[in-house]
Design a protein around this ligand. Sequence first.
Ligand code: GLY
Length: 331
Amino acid sequence: MKIINVPIKNNEYQINIGKGLIKGVSKYLDTKRNYIIITDSNIPKEYIADISSKINIKGTVVFPPGESTKSFENAEKGVNELHKLQANKDIVLIALGGGVIGDLTGFIASIYLRGVDFVQIPTSLLAQVDSSIGGKVAINTQYMKNGVGNFKQPLCVLIDPNTLETLPKRHYNNGMGEVIKHALIDGKELYKGLIGNEYYPIEEIIYQSILIKREIVLKDVFDNNIRNILNFGHTIGHAIEQQSNYEILHGEAISIGMYLMSKNTSYRDTLELLLNKFSLPKSYDYSVDSLMKFIVLDKKIVNNQINKITIKEPGNPLIERVKIGSIKEYL
Ligand code: GLY
């Protein structure tokens, strides 16, 4: 069992990582409170049963799996389901699922009755190493991934690596895309561990990955400056994801973005080996213009300038303000 403290001012919480943790949630959650589980139809029913046998569950709201679930329509549907369940201000929402469910549930928690508590129980590798950490919650708009969102820190994050046993290989590799990103940003233990040949247990990969993200989030909780380095590979990645109508998964799309943004660097061959190791892609099949139509909507654009995030060498990320069009040089 590993515990990571996240000392955000007025929102301090813990991330607990441990195999079998879903069967013992009452150890981490207040058993006097009422909870509503928000999940998707792919999540094994036994997780819901395990949680329901330990704490007071007022109801379960089930959404379809997939990125299109992160919509205004489903945020409204979720809110209406909470009203039907007579959820009051003291309710706690449980996000049980991957990144889509975590983002949608957190978003609903941030707006329902002007804000209620929520807990993250991420079940995909991508959600365990990245999206459940740091308090970013969002839904997609017609024109933009995560186009509407909020910062909403959970009461706690409960990570049970046993949930990865039933995760399809493609989705496991998808999470490794974000792990590789954290490893490159940090350039230390995780990076060395991934490129070494020795066995590196998944709990350790999750733990190291979260420690790296936590350090950055704590320096810039509201993503005004340094936190943006976590978006390495994301400007191009988000465009690819959207242009593919989300058929290319997030971790796959940012893998392509990282590879393209690492041109002319000394570590590119190592990155290629890592991406190949996890069957992650390095190229795309779309026109430059089709990607630029998404890039011009980037959330960080001010005065026609965008953040260009590169990694000079592992452990040495860089944010530069550049003209939007100069991203084309990497496409
Ligand atoms: N996934 C980027 C961030 O949390 O800032």
